[in-house]
Ligand binder design. Structure first.
Ligand SMILES: NC(=O)c1ccc[n+]([C@@H]2O[C@H](COP(=O)([O-])OP(=O)(O)OC[C@H]3O[C@@H](n4cnc5c(N)ncnc54)[C@H](OP(=O)(O)O)[C@@H]3O)[C@@H](O)[C@H]2O)c1
Length: 260
C-alpha cells in the first residue's frame, strides 16, 4: 500500500473545540497531511492564533462559533460550515469537558454539563454534518472518546458515562451511515496533559503514579495522536468503521498493577 492513502490534500476537516489542547493537535496533524480546516470555539476570536498557524502550514482555516450545549448554535454552525466550503470530508467531534469529583459530591448540574457537552453535543454535531455527508455519499466521522470509554476510574463517573456513550454511539452511527459511504470511528486518547487535567499534573507525585500504571512507561505526548487521527481521517481506514482506537500507552489493558 502506498503512503498516498494517508494523503488528505483536497479534503476539508471540521474540528470542534480547537481553541486549545487536543483539538489543535488533531487540526495540526490533519493540516500537515494536506487538509483545509474548519475550526470551532465558543469564542471565534480565540481561534485566531491557531488559524494563523494553519495558514503558515499552507492550509486554509475557517473559524466558526459553536456551543455544543446549544441546539441553535449547532444548527447555525453546521449551516455556516456547509455553506462556506464545497464539501466537508472529515468531522472530528472533539469539543468536551470534565468535572472531576467524588461520586457522592456530583450535582445534578455537573451531570448535565458533562453529558450535554460530551455526548448530546457530539451526537447532534454528527447528525448536522452527516446530513451533508449522506448527500455526497462520503464522510469520515471521528468521535473523540477516552480511556474512560472502556475503563472505570473513581472521580470520573459522569465523564466515563459520557465517554462510554461515545463508544456505543460510534458503533450505532457506523451502522446507520455506513450504507452512505460514511465511516464512524472513535479515537480514544489515554492521559495527555492539557487544560482539562492540568490540576492533576500539578499534584506532587501524579506523573510518577501515572507512569507506573502505563505499560509504555510515560504519559502521552501530542505527537502520539497524529498517526491515529490521520489514519482514521484518510483512505487508509476505508474499511474500518464502528471501532474505538485506544492511543493510551496500554493503560486500558488493566489499571491494577501487582508486584511480581
Ligand atoms: N487531555 C486528555 O488527556 C484527554 C484524554 C481523553 C479524551 N480527551 C477529550 O479530548 C477532547 C479535548 O480535550 P482537551 O484535553 O484538549 O481539553 P481542553 O484543553 O479543555 O479543550 C476543550 C475544547 O473543547 C471546547 N469546548 C468545551 N466546552 C464546549 C462547549 N460547550 N461547546 C463547544 N466547545 C466546547 C473548548 O472550546 P472553547 O472553550 O474555546 O469553547 C476547547 O477547545 C475533550 O473532549 C476531552 O474530554 C482528553
Amino acid at each position: 500500500m502506498s503512503t498516498d492513502h494517508f494523503d488528505l490534500a483536497g479534503r476539508t476537516a471540521l474540528i470542534t473545540g480547537a481553541s486549545r489542547g487536543l483539538g489543535q493537535v488533531f487540526g495540526r496533524a490533519l493540516a500537515r497531511a494536506g487538509a483545509d480546516l474548519i475550526v470551532t470555539s465558543r469564542k471565534a476570536e480565540d481561534l485566531t492564533p491557531f488559524c494563523h498557524e494553519v495558514e503558515a502550514i499552507g492550509r486554509r482555516a475557517l473559524p466558526l462559533e459553536l456551543d455544543v450545549r446549544d441546539q441553535y448554535s449547532i444548527e447555525a454552525m453546521c449551516k455556516a460550515a456547509i455553506a462556506a466550503v464545497d464539501k466537508i470530508d472529515v468531522l472530528v467531534n472533539n469539543a468536551g469537558c470534565n468535572i472531576r469529583k467524588p461520586a457522592l459530591e456530583v450535582t445534578w448540574d455537573d451531570w448535565n454539563t458533562i453529558l450535554d457537552t460530551n455526548l448530546r453535543g457530539s451526537f447532534f454535531v454528527a447528525q448536522g454534518i452527516a446530513r451533508h455527508m449522506v448527500e455526497r455519499g462520503y464522510g469520515r466521522i471521528i468521535n473523540i472518546g477516552s480511556v474512560t470509554s472502556v475503563c472505570g476510574y473513581a472521580g470520573l463517573g459522569p465523564y466515563g458515562a459520557s465517554r462510554g456513550g461515545i463508544k456505543q454511539l460510534t458503533m450505532s452511527l457506523a451502522d446507520d451511515w455506513g450504507p452512505h459511504g460514511i465511516t464512524v470511528n472513535c479515537l480514544a486518547p489515554g492521559w495527555f496533559k492539557t487544560n482539562q487535567n492540568r490540576a492533576l499534573y500539578e499534584q506532587e507525585g501524579w506523573v510518577e503514579y501515572l507512569t507506573d500504571r502505563i505499560p509504555l512507561k510515560r504519559p502521552g505526548k501530542p505527537d502520539d495522536l497524529e498517526g491515529a487521527i490521520v489514519f482514521l481521517a484518510s483512505d487508509a481506514s476505508a474499511y474500518v468503521t464502528g471501532q474505538t482506537l485506544l492511543v493510551d500507552g496500554g493503560i486500558s489493558g488493566g489499571p491494577v498493577k501487582i508486584k511480581l
